[in-house]
Design a protein around this ligand. Structure first.
Ligand SMILES: *[C@@H]1O[C@H](CO)[C@@H](O)[C@H](O)[C@H]1NC(C)=O
Ligand SMILES: *[C@@H]1O[C@H](CO)[C@@H](O)[C@H](O)[C@H]1NC(C)=O
Ligand SMILES: *[C@@H]1O[C@H](CO)[C@@H](O)[C@H](O)[C@H]1NC(C)=O
Ligand SMILES: *[C@@H]1O[C@H](CO)[C@@H](O)[C@H](O)[C@H]1NC(C)=O
Length: 508
């Protein structure tokens, strides 16, 4: 079967092995937005990093949001470009608040750059979000899209409103070369230019221009049913300068971080807990880019399902970032053909692994405890031991009833198990007979707050509390260092993507 598919691949590769469907669907794209598995995912079931005011690039200007130009943003994995349009002598111009304050050039020039990148990357779906500040008509935009050659690759839906679940797959969009999706905040008209999609009947948004780090997940703007719409989180932090919001760049590393107060990772967790599904778009200031920043990009890949009620079986929380193929997709340098099973972190020894795990627990103020352990049942055995460490706040369901080791001990601290929905975070690892190597599958997404807030739920916090050192369990102690995003070190291989969490395959 495999060799058959491989042989046919250059011609037409059907992803469906069975009968009727196979006759209709021929798939050419084998990698979509950098991930083979995205080809069969619907557009509405993928999470994209978006660049807020993507054209406002520069330094030393209060009106700039981005450090790198849009070509670089796209190459860094950004797949939604947001922009504000203004009327400059009749032309559609990309300015910030006003063209006197910041003029980012004409829409046509900008779209030309997008076209160049998309031509060079034919297996990528890109979205635009236009804030139509000066109320240009859809036909005005159509003229500019045509001039840039983007009208022909623009996706026009069947109807003006599409629930998140009704979008085509990325594979279908790429195969039909309709892979530019354009939303407009107001003024869209499906009957006149169908590829300019009205944003708020299709997407709801969280609050924007916030100046505190709460980043809740409440519906702030919508013109539809938020339970079925896609949604966008505005994850950029402003500060007030002369009463006006301006990007708060000083703490960009925290805002775009993976964990801790005000981080992107934390807002995503808040949203998953509130909505039972991942955001579709995450709008950020500053390009989330491994190579240019000392902190990991706010990228989120597959997370294990979190049981929020009611959870239809097909509503897994799969949060994906579009890592560009050039940067690798979590498959890559470690070779071995073992990559698809999720064991993508490789340590040279058990000691190196333990050091990494301790650092991970320390930095995120979390604790992993031993779950299942088993050997390989295959002959010859494929590994020596498989150990699953689960977050101490995992769910009890389906597990052996806990028998108190010391029945007369009285519980002095609150139970750390989360009632009902357990935390899905886990570290599964395998050891081998013929080598020291340890391979790890890391599900790093916790369903609860991590960082100092989690301290009372760790042994360290519990000890401090029982010993009377921490006055209140709900308040993190003052001297607790802020959680640090995972830093790359040369001793242990860093996680390819810090949120790169997927289900860990159980191989025999
Ligand atoms: C965009 O930025 C990259 C470096 O980040 C640079 O190499 C490239 O020339 C820039 N492109 C344009 C059109 O300015
Ligand atoms: C949306 O956010 C803005 C800005 O914070 C706020 O003024 C407004 O009341 C919010 N609207 C809703 C419906 O939550
Ligand atoms: C989203 O994609 C995952 C992975 O393919 C799939 O299991 C799930 O059913 C999809 N969810 C929806 C709502 O389409
Ligand atoms: C963010 O950057 C500031 C200034 O460079 C630094 O002091 C701080 O430790 C960084 N925080 C994180 C979470 O990386």
């Amino acid at each position: 079967m495999l060799s058959y598919l491989t042989f046919l691949a250059p011609v037409a590769l059907s992803l469906f092995s069975s009968g009727a469907q196979a006759a209709h669907i021929t798939r050419r794209a084998t990698t979509c937005n950098g991930h083979p598995e995205f080809c069969s995912r619907t557009y509405g079931n993928v999470t994209y990093v978006g660049a807020h005011d993507s054209y406002a690039v520069g330094v030393n200007n209060l009106a700039v949001n981005q450090d790198y130009n849009i070509t670089q943003q796209l190459s860094d994995g950004v797949r939604m470009l947001q922009m504000q349009t203004h009327n400059l002598n009749g032309a559609i111009q990309l300015c910030h608040t006003s063209c006197a304050l910041f003029n980012g050039g004409s829409l046509q020039t900008y779209l030309g750059t997008v076209k160049t990148w998309m031509d060079a990357n034919p297996n990528d779906v890109v979205s635009l979000l236009i804030v139509n500040s000066d109320g240009f008509k859809p036909t005005d935009y159509d003229t500019v899209f045509k001039a840039a050659g983007l009208d022909t690759i623009s996706y026009a839906p069947q109807s003006a409103n599409i629930p998140a679940s009704q979008w085509p797959t990325l594979g279908d969009m790429i195969d039909s070369n309709k892979r530019l999706v354009t939303f407009m905040d107001h003024g869209a008209d499906f009957t006149s230019v169908p590829y300019l999609i009205d944003e708020f009947t299709n997407v709801w948004e969280t609050e924007f221009d916030v100046t505190d780090t709460t980043f809740d997940c409440n519906v702030n703007r919508t013109n539809g049913d938020p339970t079925t719409q896609m949604y966008l989180i505005n994850h950029f932090l402003d500060k007030l300068v002369l009463g006006q919001p301006a990007p708060n760049k000083d703490v960009a590393n925290v805002t775009n971080g993976v964990s801790g107060t005000g981080s992107l990772g934390q807002q995503v967790q808040t949203c998953v807990a509130a909505n039972g599904r991942n955001p579709n778009f995450m709008l950020v200031d500053g390009t989330p880019d491994f190579s240019h920043h000392p902190y990991p990009p706010p990228v989120v890949a597959t997370t294990a399902p979190i049981p929020v009620q009611p959870t239809p079986p097909d509503n897994q929380f799969q949060l994906h970032v579009d890592a560009p193929p050039s940067r690798g997709t979590g498959r890559g340098p470690y070779g071995s053909g073992d990559m698809d099973d999720g064991y993508t972190l490789v340590f040279e020894s058990q000691a190196a692994f333990e050091a990494w795990r301790e650092k991970e627990e320390e930095e995120n103020v979390v604790e992993f405890v031993k779950g299942d352990t088993h050997g390989s049942k295959a002959v010859p055995p494929r590994f020596k031991e498989h150990v699953k460490l689960v977050c101490a706040r995992h769910s009890r369901s389906g597990r052996k009833k806990y028998v108190k080791k010391f029945p007369d001990r009285v519980r002095k601290v609150p139970s750390r198990k989360l009632e009902g929905k357990g935390c899905p975070a886990s570290i599964s690892y395998k050891t081998y007979f013929d080598r020291q190597e340890v391979r790890v599958c890391y599900v790093s997404h916790h369903s609860h707050e991590i960082g100092p807030a989690n301290l009372p739920f760790t042994r360290r916090g519990a000890r401090a509390q029982v010993g009377g050192k921490t006055p209140s369990s709900s308040r993190p102690p003052e001297n607790m260092p802020p959680p640090q995003p995972i830093a790359s070190t040369s001793t242990a291989p860093p996680p390819p993507a810090p949120f790169e969490v997927r289900e860990c395959a159980q191989d025999p």
